[in-house]
Each structure stands twice: as C-alpha cells, then as structure tokens.
Design a protein around this ligand. Structure first.
Ligand code: NAG
Ligand code: NAG
Ligand code: NAG
Ligand code: NAG
Ligand code: NAG
Ligand code: NAG
Ligand code: NAG
Ligand code: NAG
Length: 589
C-alpha cells in the first residue's frame, strides 16, 4: 500500500516534468533503474563553429532497441539532457532557446557555437522503464571558408574507370525541417575544376563522376546553405576520395615471402625472425588475413610463449592494393624447431594461399653477450688491478692467512725471529724498544735476541750458530756499523747467510733503519742483497701497526694464525712448549 502511494508520488513528480539526474536517483528506489548505454563514439558529430548541427538519438540505431514510430503511441517519451563540464549533473535541455529544436529523434542546434560542444544524452523513459545513451558534439574553429586539410567526415574509394555519384553527407536529413537549400562543391577547395571536363560534372546537389581518373581523387568539400525561419544557415562536410584499382583480374592474396627458393637463416639458441610479405589486392575495405602456422597450428593454438606474431604491418600501397608484412618471432630457437613446418598463409574472400619457409641453421654467435661479457671482464680486471696496487700487501696477508700454513707445525725450531743488529748504535734502540716489542707483544712471535737469550758461559760463535739455526727468520737490521769486522752482528749475518745458502729452512730479511750507502755494506750482504727482501723504516710514518713497514715485515715472517696476542701461544708440540717455559724460567732468574 505504502509502495503504491510512493509510486503515485513519483509519477506526479515525473509528470511535473522535473526530469533530472536527481530524479533518476530517486527512481532507483521505485525499481526504475535507468539503463545507461554509455557514450556511443560512432555517433559523435563534428561541425564548424557557426554552422548547423544536429544530433541523432542513437537508441534508434544503436543498440537498436526502439523504433521511433512505435515510440510515438507508447507511454515512452524521448528527452534530451546535457552533461557540461561546469555542471556535475545532467541538465535538461532548454528547448525554449531559439537555436535548439527537437524534431523526432533529432536535436537540432541552429547554429552551433563553441559553447554548445559537449556531451548530449538522449533518454527514453516511462514510469517503469528508462534507458539512456550519450553522443558527443565537437565544434571546431575554422580558419577561412574551406580547408582541405581538415579531418574528413567520409572516406570514399572509387575504382578506376567506374562511375560514382558524390552526395553531400547528411543532406538527406535536411528534408525533415521544411526548407529550400543550395549545395556548393569544392575540390581541393576550388570550384572551377568542375567545368570543361567530360567525365565529371555537377548535377543538382551532387557531383557525378562518369569515369574515375586519378585527378578526380582528393578532398571534396560541400557546403549546404538553407533558409530557416528567416535565417540563413549552413553546414560543411569534407570527403576524402581515393582512386583504387578496378575489381578485375586475379584478386587472390599473393605471397611474396617466403618465396619459392628463399632460405631463412636462423641461429640456434638465438631469436629467429621470420617475415611473411603478402600482396593483398584492393577489395573494398574487406578484412584480409595473414597468419603463421607451426606444424599446422596457429600461434594461438600453439600457446607457447616462445612463439609470438604481432599483427601484420602496412609496408606499401598502390591505389588500394597493399603489401603487408607479418613477423613470426621464435625465442631460443632449438634444433627441434628446425624440424617443424613454418608456414605463412593469407586469405580473402577470393582465395587462399600458403607458403612454407625453408630454414637453415647458423652457428650462434652471441655478439652482444660476448661484448658485454668482455666489457665486464675488462672492467673487473681493471678494478682488480687497481685494488691490487693499492692493497697488495693486505691482499697478500689475507691470502696467506687463508691458504698459508704455519711453519711451526712442520719444523721443530724454537724461535720465529732472530734479530741481528749492530750493538751500541741507533739501531740498537730501535731493535730493543720498537721492533722486539711489536714482534713479541703485538704479533706474537717468539723472538731471539742474542744478548738477552744466550746463557752465560758458552762460546759466542757456537751459541750464535745454534740460535740462528733454531730460528725461522733472521732479521738483519742493516747499519753502517754491522760492516765492522769481528762484531757479533757480522757473525750472525754470516751464520744466517750460510744457513740459507746451504738449503736450510732459514730466511734472511733485511731491515734498513737509516739509509745506508750500498758501498758501506759488508761484502757478504752486498752479494746476497738481490736474493733478500729489504724493508725500509720510514720514520714516523712507519710507527703505526697498520703501516706498510709492519705489513711488509709480517709478510716476510712466518705465518701466525693469531697475530695479535702473545698470551695465546701458537700450538707447538708438547716438547717445544716445555722448553719454552723452561727458557722463560731461566730468563726470569
Ligand atoms: C496510435 O494509436 C492510435 C489509436 O490509439 C492509432 O489509431 C494509430 O494508428 C497509432 N499509430 C501508430 C503509429 O501506431
Ligand atoms: C515502459 O516501457 C517498456 C518498454 O521499454 C514497456 O515494456 C513497459 O510496459 C512500459 N511501461 C508502462 C507503464 O507503460
Ligand atoms: C585521404 O586518404 C588518403 C588515402 O587513404 C590519405 O593518404 C590522405 O592522407 C587522406 N587525406 C586526408 C585529408 O585525410
Ligand atoms: C578516413 O580515413 C582515415 C585514414 O586515412 C581515418 O583516420 C579516418 O578515421 C577515416 N574517416 C572516416 C570517417 O572513416
Ligand atoms: C513544406 O514544403 C512543401 C513542399 O516541399 C510545401 O508544400 C509546404 O507548404 C511547406 N511547408 C511549410 C510549413 O513551409
Ligand atoms: C555559412 O554561414 C556563415 C555564417 O552564417 C557564413 O559566414 C558563411 O559565409 C556561410 N557559408 C556559405 C558557403 O554560405
Ligand atoms: C599439415 O597439413 C598438411 C595438409 O593438411 C599435411 O600434408 C602436413 O603433413 C601437415 N603437417 C604436419 C606437420 O602435421
Ligand atoms: C599461390 O601463389 C602462387 C604464387 O605465389 C601461385 O603460383 C599459386 O597458384 C597460388 N596457389 C593458390 C592455391 O592460390
């Protein structure tokens, strides 16, 4: 009951003519949903500023639900709305404006100005049903009276030698408003061309071409003028006329590639690119197909992502005949693919033709990948080179810590380093306060210094020889004083060099605390110099443990698995460990 009252209320509102989008909203509640067909782009209208425009309600042609003559007697009424950019909601058209006029399924705008451009909506409705659709009106500004570069309203193809009558498009709709009219024709915006020719003439409102020739192609413009309610109105239409080859002879598609004895080379592992070129004769805008098959299967049927074939592309045209090209791309072309049957086919209403592509494999030369790889390799090498030159010491130390072996595992020597130096010299201070401390406490080496470690009472020569042979390295701090004959330093050096030269497992390392002239070196040292490493102390610069001096020295000394603590003893054999403790005991006494 309430619903009925509500419906009556709605009916009243509708009858009062208050049609607007808000009503559409309200009617939703009363079960009347307005079915919206959206905007029909094909129905859009393009007119010049100041000319007549008329909009046709597409509901009578698309989606063809209604026939206008049947609407008249039914409860349905046709209404026009406008959707402007300034108003969110659709506005009913004000038909009281003298330029707007509704006539059957048309809405006339006489004349249209740029303000009239926009979306127009035509709606058919009764109390229980509603449907609407939109059409766009485009109003374009025109420079001059005629413009053959304008987008044509109509494209026409006329076969050579044939006859055709050109009628100004939309002229027939003019019979609806009672009027008299005139039509002016232009070809390339000229009116004089229509005279003095046998094959083309103006006849009434139309242009008649008796025999199509190439010069008759081009842009035609027609302007229709008429009188309406004492006003002069006009509208312009542009036609693009093209000459096409006559429909005679063989019109089957002709496959140009793959040709009979054409061989497509493909690279195994690479991307194969097969081209199919087909000449498609002009057939009055008929859709003609070109496609590839692989073992009688189209790319779609094959559904293999390695195979792709984009739409055919236009290559060239000649009076409507077209040459089109369609590619087949095969990624990672395999030897198995070589056994497959690649065929290009083309079809139109007049026939079908197909041609098989003969393939030949080529060796895969991945130039790009190779180039990239080479580039990357070179860049890496350059980087490594730079890194090596800046950090070579660190790298060598790192390498040794990973791959080197602790010599103490394989020999039974007591000391890592025996330091030989000239007594009572600048070097002595350096050896006792810096070198020894760092080697023992920072790097954890067992260091032998003759004056400290030798037991009183033994013969110096024997003890020296014994200590040197008990050491893995002999570090000789070169100084001018070590050249003095008969000194302890010279004795140590001789012992070391002898041991080294006779295949002993001792290595001699030279440290230069102060620059010493080569001539002042002892004969033995000069001889052995080339085989020995000389590490230079560079004053203040060499003091930090991270300096080049210490790294170089570390590199020359035996490898220590833990180089920073004396407390953690290198794992020596039980036996040597004991002697070590004995030794420290003795030293403490
Ligand atoms: C409209 O209806 C009237 C009577 O109701 C009928 O005479 C007429 O033929 C109808 N017209 C059309 C176009 O259906
Ligand atoms: C409204 O129009 C539809 C057709 O669109 C028709 O089926 C329906 O009967 C009409 N309703 C009334 C109340 O006339
Ligand atoms: C007319 O059609 C021909 C062939 O389709 C085209 O090349 C030409 O650009 C068109 N002219 C205009 C003004 O659209
Ligand atoms: C006319 O042909 C041109 C291409 O030459 C096309 O862009 C245009 O949409 C066509 N116009 C009509 C009305 O079919
Ligand atoms: C409409 O045109 C016809 C002839 O085409 C004429 O007989 C009739 O009087 C005209 N009507 C009006 C209203 O001008
Ligand atoms: C069309 O109408 C406009 C304005 O009404 C006028 O300026 C123009 O000359 C007319 N064109 C023709 C060909 O009659
Ligand atoms: C493809 O079809 C043709 C004819 O239908 C046939 O002769 C040919 O053997 C087929 N090829 C393959 C690979 O199936
Ligand atoms: C296919 O085209 C060739 C020329 O490329 C032609 O010789 C052959 O007759 C055509 N076949 C068919 C079936 O149309």
């Amino acid at each position: 009951m309430i619903l009925l009252v509500f419906r009556l209320l709605c009916l009243c509102i509708l009858l009062m003519g208050g049609f607007s989008a808000s009503v559409t909203q309200a009617t939703l509640q009363s079960d009347v949903q307005c079915y919206d067909w959206g905007v029909w782009s094909e129905g859009s209208v393009r007119v010049y500023d100041g000319e007549v425009a008329w909009l046709y309600c597409p509901l009578f042609s698309h989606p063809t639900l209604y026939i206008y003559s049947q609407i008249q007697n039914s409860s349905l009424s046709l209404l026009w709305y406008r959707h402007t950019h300034t108003h969110e909601l659709e506005q009913p058209i004000n038909l009281k404006l003298h330029t707007l006029h509704k006539d059957r399924e048309y809405l006339w705008i006489q004349p249209a100005t740029e303000q009239d451009a926009g979306l127009y909506i035509c709606m058919l409705r009764n109390i229980s049903s509603c449907v609407k659709i939109g059409v766009e009106l485009e109003v374009i500004h025109r420079d001059g009276e005629c413009d053959f570069r304008a987008r044509p309203h109509l494209n026409i193809s006329i076969p050579f030698q044939s006859e055709r009558t050109l009628t100004c498009p939309d002229l027939h709709t003019l019979t609806l408003p009672n009027s008299t009219h005139s039509v002016t024709w232009y070809h390339w915006c000229r009116t004089d061309g229509f005279w003095f020719t046998m094959d083309r003439e103006l006849k009434g409102d139309d242009v008649v071409i008796y025999r199509m020739l190439d010069p008759y192609a081009g842009v035609y413009t027609c302007v229709v003028s008429y009188q309406m309610n004492g006003r002069m109105l006009n509208f312009t239409r542009t036609l693009n006329v093209t000459a096409v080859v006559a429909d005679i002879g063989n019109k089957e598609p002709l496959i140009l590639n793959p040709a009979k004895d054409q061989i497509y080379s493909v690279t195994l592992g690479g991307r194969a690119e097969l081209s199919c070129r087909v000449k498609l004769p002009y057939l009055n805008d008929e859709k003609q197909e070109i496609w590839w098959t692989i073992d009688n299967k189209t790319v779609e049927q094959l559904a293999d992502s390695r195979f792709t074939s984009p739409e055919a592309e236009f290559v060239s045209g000649y009076y409507g005949d077209q040459i089109k090209e369609r590619f087949l791309y095969v990624m990672d072309f395999s030897a198995d693919d070589l056994q497959r049957e690649f065929q290009c086919s083309a079809r139109n209403s007049r026939g079908f033709n197909t041609s098989r592509a003969v393939l030949k494999a080529e060796l895969y030369v991945p130039t790009l990948e190779l180039g990239c790889g080479l580039g990357v390799t070179l860049a890496l090498m350059l980087m490594m080179f730079v890194i090596y030159h800046v950090f070579w010491l660190e790298l060598l130390l790192l390498y040794r810590s990973w791959f080197g072996s602790d010599e103490s595992y394989t020999d039974d020597k007591k000391y890592d380093v025996y330091i030989s130096y000239a007594r009572n010299s600048e070097e002595e201070e350096f050896v006792l306060s810096t070198l020894r401390r760092v080697l023992e406490t920072e790097f954890g080496y067992s260091v032998c210094i003759f004056d400290r470690d030798s037991l009183p009472g033994g013969t110096i020569t024997d003890d020296t020889l014994r200590f040197v042979s008990q050491s893995r390295r002999l570090v000789v701090v070169v100084s001018p004083c070590s050249a003095v004959h008969g000194t302890q330093a010279l004795l140590e050096l001789q012992a070391g060099l002898t041991s080294m030269l006779h295949g002993g497992s001792l290595r001699v390392v030279l440290i230069q605390f102060k620059p010493v002239r080569r001539q002042s070196w002892v004969k033995e040292l000069r001889r052995a110099r080339l085989a020995l490493t000389l590490i230079r102390w560079q004053g203040e610069k060499s003091v930090p443990l991270s300096s080049r001096f210490w790294k170089q020295l570390q590199l020359e000394l035996p490898m220590r698995s833990n180089t920073h603590h004396t407390d953690t003893h290198t794992p020596l054999t039980e036996n040597t460990h004991n002697t070590d403790t004995q030794l420290t005991d003795i030293k403490q006494t």
